[in-house]
Write a protein that binds this ligand. Structure first.
Ligand code: SF4
Length: 170
């Protein structure tokens, strides 16, 4: 049986970004798909935010709480909406061996998402996106990667070796 890998859907070329674009990753789309069963996941469209949609960012508000807020419309807060979607994902993700996230996204970034202050000022900290943070806490044994960690052939081979090991341990 092939290993099962969840992938941020925009990395597979799906036009799901806020502006209707995608960010296809050639190796994932053309090579990995022959080695693994890929499960496309887009938290923002699956949560019903639509395409196109207003861009959002991670903002630290009082007492350290981090919310997903509109970049231009500061009154837009989609944190609860994403939270409701997350609570429905436990069973869907339970059989995965790995997950590959799109870097820097407020939903999908894996320790790479810029954090902003209440006035929209950059705080100079990199954070997990809301989906990545949830996956980290719920699935500690999952192999977690992002597109930036799969840029060259050595990184790609190392990922495949880890994936084979992980799925062989099932
Ligand atoms: S980064 Fe994540 S939320 Fe954003 S378009 Fe890609 S899959 Fe969807």
């Amino acid at each position: 049986m092939k290993p099962r890998v969840g992938v941020s859907a925009c990395l597979l070329g799906r036009p799901v970004r806020y502006d209707g674009a995608s960010r296809p990753h050639a190796w994932i789309r053309d090579v990995l798909r022959h080695r693994a069963e890929l499960l496309p996941i887009c938290p923002e469209t699956e949560a019903g935010l639509g395409v196109p949609r207003p861009p959002v960012q991670l903002v630290r508000q009082g007492k350290g709480r981090v919310v997903m807020r509109g970049v231009e419309d500061h009154g837009l807060d989609v944190t609860a909406r994403l939270g409701r979607w997350l609570e429905q994902q436990q069973d869907r993700l339970a059989g995965l061996d790995a997950l590959i996230f799109k870097s820097r996204s407020p939903s999908c970034g894996l320790g790479s998402t810029p954090l902003y202050g209440p006035e929209g000022e950059e705080l100079g900290e990199d954070y997990d996106g809301v989906f990545a943070a949830w996956v980290r806490s719920r699935f500690p044994g999952l192999l977690l990667y992002d597109d930036v960690m799969l840029e060259d052939v050595h990184q790609q081979e190392a990922f495949l070796a880890l994936l084979r090991k992980k799925s062989g341990m099932k």
